[in-house]
Ligand binder design. Structure first.
Ligand SMILES: Cc1cc2nc3c(=O)[nH]c(=O)nc-3n(C[C@H](O)[C@H](O)[C@H](O)COP(=O)(O)OP(=O)(O)OC[C@H]3O[C@@H](n4cnc5c(N)ncnc54)[C@H](O)[C@@H]3O)c2cc1C
Length: 422
């Protein structure tokens, strides 16, 4: 593995056969998460593919010329021509491997794969999920000198990292940008010494054996497991939603509202998220229509009052979406009045869907006692029905799902475990 600068690009990349190039930056958590995977894979594939790194901040002109807009970005070259996918953000090991394999003949790939030695690492506690619940548990365990690993399929932060502003987390007078709050939580836990394995692929979780297999070949074992995997947004299920997801349909206002300057949006939903995020979206959008299936919102009164008095917002109660289609630049949301059965089409520049969440428990659903909505049942120490397995945060059965409640659950589980392991 070698670090180059832009003056070496032609010789080292364009005239150099098979190459993978990592544009990295400093103070970039996803770059840090990628670094060990990149180094590890260079040991396996390094004889056949050149592994190069380039510091983006010092080589901006080249980055701009190549259209590299975020760090890290991995580019793959074959005889001077860029090939494969560009990988950015929380880059997964399996995605790098897929692109490396595509550069080589099948026999070579098989020979490399036969050299991979499965690894086993042991900890006192595995935490699955690095949102506020998991990060807080990691912090408390680390401060109690409990050897802990945090495993996440994405980058640390959970939902908070995509929430535009958090105004109700105690200790801050001014509202905090969600990504900064989650970044600070993550850095605090990492600095303490908790091991991070993030942007990984989880192949299998065995709650009874307390084993998690990541990226196919790495077994992580522990004495206890904390499940802190949070929730995923529900889909409406209407035709066209899946196809237009990320192409006009969004589940995250923080991520996408900024692209609606002077444009029109539709919001589906009527709970806290729908109503609060609608207010936020109108900072950018010129017009917004909320479509809600019931005749009143279930959001808190304060948020409702803001929406009712916002001149940019139009509300259609007792309507449900029936389909989503694209016509040119516009998304057409066909809605139906649940009482009169009258259908109409709403033309907008994009749709935001906020209709609740489902717990992320697919990898261990069968083993745990769940409530009727599929959330994990716990006792007051956050213990689940499986011995040595705890659960915290939004994934558990409880009434209120907030950052403060996730953080509290994480604290309780960590203190209970530290006491038990003592
Ligand atoms: C749009 C929006 C706005 C919000 N605004 C606020 C607010 O202003 N104030 C407030 O207090 N709360 C707010 N909330 C709620 C708050 O974000 C959650 O209550 C909180 O993030 C829950 O934390 P958690 O750690 O349980 O889960 P999450 O934050 O959901 O984190 C779960 C983590 O687990 C990971 N994961 C998922 N599946 C797996 C798996 N199989 N294995 C390993 N890792 C996995 C995910 O990648 C994620 O990093 C908001 C939520 C949303 C959606």
């Amino acid at each position: 593995m070698k670090t180059i600068n832009s003056s070496e690009f032609d010789a080292e990349v364009l005239h150099a056969g098979k190459v993978v190039l990592d544009f990295y930056s400093t103070e970039c958590p996803p770059c840090e998460a990628l670094a060990s995977k990149f180094e590890d894979l260079s040991l396996l594939y390094g004889n056949d593919i050149k592994f190069l790194k380039i510091f983006r901040q010092q080589n901006r002109e080249l980055a701009d010329k190549l259209g590299v807009k975020s760090s890290p970005t991995l580019l793959f070259f074959d005889n001077g021509k860029e090939v494969g996918e560009r990988l950015t953000g929380g880059v997964k090991r399996i995605d790098i491997i897929r692109n490396l394999d595509n550069l080589l003949p099948a026999e070579k790939v098989n020979s490399i794969k036969s050299q991979i030695k499965p690894t086993v690492s042991e900890f006192d506690v595995i935490i699955l999920g690095a949102g506020p619940g998991g990060l807080t548990a990691g912090l408390y365990l680390c401060q109690s000198k409990v050897n802990t690993v945090l495993i996440d399929i994405a980058l640390p932060g959970g939902h908070v990292s995509t929430t535009h502003e958090v105004s109700n987390y105690p200790g801050f007078i001014e509202p905090q940008a969600g990504y900064m709050l989650s970044h600070n939580m993550s850095e605090q836990t990492k600095l303490c010494g908790t091991i991070y394995k993030v942007a990984v692929d989880i192949t299998r979780v065995d709650l009874e054996k307390k084993e998690v297999i990541i990226d196919e070949y790495e077994t992580v074992k522990a004495k206890k497991i904390i499940i802190a995997t949070g929730t995923t947004p529900n889909l409406t299920g209407a035709p066209g939603e899946k196809e237009l997801k990320g192409k006009g349909i969004s589940y995250c206002a923080t991520c996408d509202a900024k692209y609606f300057d002077g444009k029109e949006a539709v919001v589906i939903g009527g709970g806290n998220s729908a109503v609060e995020e609608s207010e936020y979206i109108t900072r950018f959008a010129s017009k917004l229509t909320i479509v809600h299936q019931f005749d009143k919102f279930t959001a808190n009164k304060q948020a409702q009052d803001k929406v009712f008095s916002n001149p940019k917002i139009n509300i259609l109660f007792e309507n449900e979406p029936r389909s989503f289609t694209r016509e040119g630049d516009k998304i057409i949301t066909e809605i139906e009045n649940v009482r009169t059965k009258v259908k109409q089409k709403l033309f907008s520049d994009g749709v935001f869907i906020f209709i609740g969440m489902k717990p992320n428990i697919d990898l261990f659903r069968d083993k745990l006692e769940l409530d009727k909505w599929g959330y994990i049942k716990t006792n007051e120490d956050m213990k689940t029905s499986v011995d040595g397995v705890y659960a915290v945060g939004d994934v558990i059965s409880k009434k209120y799902r907030q950052i403060t409640t996730a953080v509290a659950d994480g604290t309780i589980a960590a203190m209970a475990i530290a006491k038990e392991l003592d």
